[in-house]
Design a protein around this ligand. Structure first.
Ligand SMILES: Cc1cc2nc3c(=O)[nH]c(=O)nc-3n(C[C@H](O)[C@H](O)[C@H](O)COP(=O)(O)OP(=O)(O)OC[C@H]3O[C@@H](n4cnc5c(N)ncnc54)[C@H](O)[C@@H]3O)c2cc1C
Length: 312
């Protein structure tokens, strides 16, 4: 059997790969970056676990898939500036990426992007950025709309047109660790458009004893304001005593997809799926709601729909 190609190695693509494997369908996954995980990146340093991207999640999301991945005890509490009931992953969000990727035995190709999709003689064709051409039995596009728009220009022009100018908000995610005695707990920032949300944890799995970790969404661009200046502004606003013991600043140009916040999003997504040719599925942060659990479920659904297509 010709295999299925998954484009994108973030949470959605990995979840699709896992489901294809469960269904015994051969696949190749192509990811333009060196690493898997997309907008999820975690780092363990000096007893702190820092997340440079997605950090905190609603406790009441559907986490029923975690035990199957061995992550039944992975969520730890987080205190949120907006009093939401949030959790984080004890080993950083990347532990979810690693658990999804762990037993995958398909072919993985890194550092190569798909630039366009088409059909030829009844099969799908993929044009790689290096000019090579692949074919595939079916496709799962698990890349954000801003990239998918280009890929779909020939294969599904109307879909591509609707993805054009899909809006995103930029965000800088900042992690700062303090000794507990050096920082007011709970931290209180004056309301400020520059720091629209923050959360913190002193969970022993995420910080060394006697410490606390803050994770903030900051609307100051490191392109314009240096990372050190962002940290010192946070430090000033929080009225902390001693210096931070650790910090990390990540700037994301296209972080937060805007359409999922609009009331007609579900309707519009359903309409997008109606524009896909048979044998092509979409799974990604821009198409199926904002929670991580929704990402995993959408990846599974995409793989199941491709499984049904191949059977038919
Ligand atoms: C800064 C930031 C903070 C966030 N914080 C939170 C949070 O606190 N809580 C929460 O619930 N969610 C959060 N999110 C959202 C969450 O991270 C995403 O919903 C989820 O990780 C998206 O997964 P995905 O696989 O759909 O997309 P992505 O993670 O974007 O993965 C898509 C992958 O496709 C690859 N790709 C793109 N184009 C091509 C191409 N042409 N060829 C090959 N590969 C390609 C990309 O390199 C990428 O790896 C945050 C996101 C960001 C960016």
């Amino acid at each position: 059997m010709r295999d299925v190609v998954i484009i994108g190695g973030g949470l959605s693509g990995l979840s699709a790969a896992r489901e294809l494997q469960r269904l015994n369908i051969p696949y190749r996954l192509i990811e333009v970056k060196k690493r898997l995980g997309g907008s999820i990146v975690s780092e363990s340093t000096d007893g702190f676990v820092l997340d440079g991207g997605a950090f905190s999640f609603h406790r009441d999301d559907d986490w029923s898939f975690l035990p199957e991945l061995g992550l039944q005890n992975a969520l730890v509490p987080v205190v949120d500036s907006h009093q939401r009931d949030l959790v984080a992953f004890s080993g950083g969000t990347e532990m979810l990426v690693n658990a999804l990727a762990k037993d995958l035995n398909g072919t993985f190709i890194h550092r190569m992007a798909i630039s366009s999709l088409g059909t030829l003689d009844g099969k799908f064709t993929l044009c790689l950025e290096n000019g090579l051409m692949w074919d595939a039995a079916a496709l799962i596009v698990a890349a954000p709309a801003r990239h998918a728009e280009r890929m779909f220009r020939t294969l599904a022009p109307e879909l591509s047109f609707r993805l054009f100018n899909y809006g995103y908000d930029t965000i800088t995610r900042v992690s700062v660790g303090y000794k507990k005695d050096d920082m007011p707990v709970p931290p209180i920032f004056p309301w400020d458009v520059a720091i629209p949300f923050y959360s913190w944890t002193d969970s022993p799995q995420r910080v060394p004893p006697g410490h606390v970790l803050l994770n903030l969404g900051v609307r100051m661009l490191p392109k314009a304001v240096k990372a050190e200046a962002i940290i010192s502004e946070i430090h000033r606003q929080i009225k902390a005593q001693g210096k931070p013991v650790i910090s990390r600043v990540d700037y994301w140009e296209d972080a937060d997809p805007l359409p999922p916040h609009l009331p007609d999003f579900t309707e519009k997504t359903a309409a997008l799926e109606g524009l896909l040719p048979p044998g092509v599925a979409l799974a990604g942060s821009d198409y199926h709601g904002l929670s991580l659990a929704a990402r995993v479920a959408a990846g599974q659904r995409a793989a199941q729909s491709i499984g049904a297509y191949l059977k038919s």
